[in-house]
Write a protein that binds this ligand. Structure first.
Ligand code: BG6
Length: 494
């Protein structure tokens, strides 16, 4: 049985806590998944009383929860909610926190610290936690949840890792990549490894190329200072999109246990062909949104957004081509792209199969058949489709595309948020959906040459109108003239 714990949320007044963490904990309460006696101790610099904090949380759930606030449920949830005022930069705060955890309020001795804070503070906060004895496991387990980004590049990730290993063991660290908590992302593994018919086709003999797309219609919003220092490659590709790539490309793990799964993911990352710095432009493309129209409304360009320096060349769009140089995938391009202020907000994996070896129907009316695709919609449409060519009814030998739909959710089944899964896994101590350090390091090693090259190109960045699918020039990444970006799940709109 899962043991109760004290969930300490640092940065409890911040965006992540408001939009994701507190609503997710509330829904875990609703689902009856929080172990009895579990306490949620929000911590921030505000001087809120316990009641004021509870009211704040009510607002968060009203705004971001599914279906508003249910009074009876919220009352139950409130019994778990406590608040601790504190400044993370003040070492004395950790001493007070240590006392608070033992002061007879009956907080469970197992403690998870969720660092929903600025990445630059991960190291110092870990140090302070340790120095105040808060990571000491004498009376119960202690776990630390670290949000992304883990480091800023390869070197800083290594430095951060060296620092935190002084204070905690690897099995106490839960590095979040919230993409891994998404149901459809986990379904990639089920689809591949629970259906035997896929495995024989899942390789270079049948698959022509793979595309992974995450596009958003939103801009940088209130995150200008973080985003301008980061850019799309660090923000999305190094983490979420490379994780998706590993799930598509990995070998079957010996079991679904955390280490077995992570061993296979890291093997994929290590098999990826390094991009030489002088070949970056053939493998990666960056751009920034200019003014345009998104979903029918005028949108500012990136440089006009509040807080963005006029000469910024931060990319809001990044596309890259990777190769996994192993027996299964050698020669198959994996095209990955992401962008803000694009035509549509969606995430999908598209797998394009090769053409049949012989065109049997050439003599008939049939045009060159379109290849089969497997489409995995991650959001907003969650689906799993296979596109096939079939004969059109009638006397002529005409064909058309149809798709087999293996969607995994019925209409009456609730969509849970990725954070619900992940927050629960921390309590359960299940690290399969969290990143091991070697994965993070290998992912930085892949993008590092691109980051280094782009950091030297300070004078120019391509642009695309907000509301578009990004610059047409990104096509230069394609290996074959027949390759094109697959924008939608719908065959008619390809
Ligand atoms: C975050 C990025 O990790 O993921 C954001 O920092 C991005 O820039 C977000 O918008 C996308 O996640 P989701 O779950 O909203 O698609």
């Amino acid at each position: 049985m899962t043991e109760a714990c004290t969930y300490v949320i640092f940065g409890a007044a911040g965006d992540l806590s408001r939009q994701k963490l507190m609503p997710a904990l509330y829904h875990l309460e609703e689902a009856g998944r929080l172990p009895k006696d579990t306490i949620i101790l929000g911590s921030a610099r505000r001087s809120w009383s316990r009641e004021e904090w509870q009211q704040e949380v009510r607002g968060m759930i009203e705004e971001r929860g599914r279906g508003g606030v249910d009074e009876a449920l919220f009352k139950r949830f409130c019994e778990r909610l406590y608040f601790f005022e504190g400044d993370l930069t003040d070492p004395e705060m950790y001493v007070r926190l240590e006392k608070r955890l033992h002061n007879g309020e009956n907080f469970p001795p197992n403690v998870a610290f969720y660092l929903s804070i600025r990445p630059a503070e991960f190291g110092v906060v870990s140090q302070n936690l340790s120095e105040a004895g808060l990571l000491n496991e004498e009376h119960g387990w202690r776990r630390v949840v670290i949000e992304k980004p883990f480091g800023y590049d390869l070197q800083s990730a290594r430095a951060l890792q060296t620092r935190i290993t002084r204070y905690m063991r690897e099995d106490q660290v839960f590095r979040i990549d919230h993409y891994l908590g998404k149901g459809t992302v986990q379904n990639v593994l089920v689809f591949r490894f629970a259906n035997v018919m896929m495995e024989p086709l899942w390789n270079r003999n049948y698959i022509d190329h793979v595309q992974i797309t995450h596009s958003e219609t939103i801009g940088v919003g209130g995150r200008a200072s973080y985003y301008d220092g980061s850019g799309a490659l660090r923000d999305m590709v190094q983490s979420h999109l490379l994780q998706l790539l590993t799930l598509v490309a990995m070998e079957p793990p010996v079991s679904m246990e955390a280490e077995a799964l992570r061993d296979e993911k890291v093997k994929v990352l290590r098999s990826m062909r390094p991009i030489p710095q002088n070949a970056v432009n053939a493998h990666a493309f960056r751009a920034q949104y200019a003014p345009g129209v998104v979903e029918g409304k005028k949108a500012l360009g990136y440089l006009q957004e509040e807080g963005i320096p006029q000469d910024s060349v931060a990319e809001t769009y990044a596309a890259a081509k990777f190769y996994v140089d192993n027996w299964r995938w050698r020669g198959v391009p994996f095209y990955v792209r992401t962008g803000k202020r694009m035509a549509r907000g969606q995430s999908m994996i598209s797998i394009c199969f090769r053409h049949p070896p012989q065109q049997f129907f050439r003599a008939s009316q049939v045009q060159r058949p379109t290849p089969n695709w497997i489409l995995m919609g991650i959001q907003p449409t969650e689906c799993l489709r296979m596109e096939m060519t079939v004969k059109e009814p009638g006397l002529e030998m005409n064909t058309r595309l149809t798709s087999l739909d293996a969607s995994f959710r019925n209409e009456d089944e609730v969509v849970t948020d990725a954070y619900e899964d992940l927050l629960l896994d921390v309590i359960k101590g299940d690290r399969s959906l969290f990143l091991r350090y070697d994965e993070v390091e290998a992912a930085w090693a892949i993008v590092d040459p691109i980051l280094r090259q782009w950091s030297t190109e300070r004078d120019y960045i391509a642009t695309y109108p907000a509301g578009s699918w990004g610059p047409i020039e990104s096509r230069r990444l394609f290996d074959k003239a027949t390759h094109h970006w697959r924008h939608t799940l719908n065959p008619e709109e390809v």
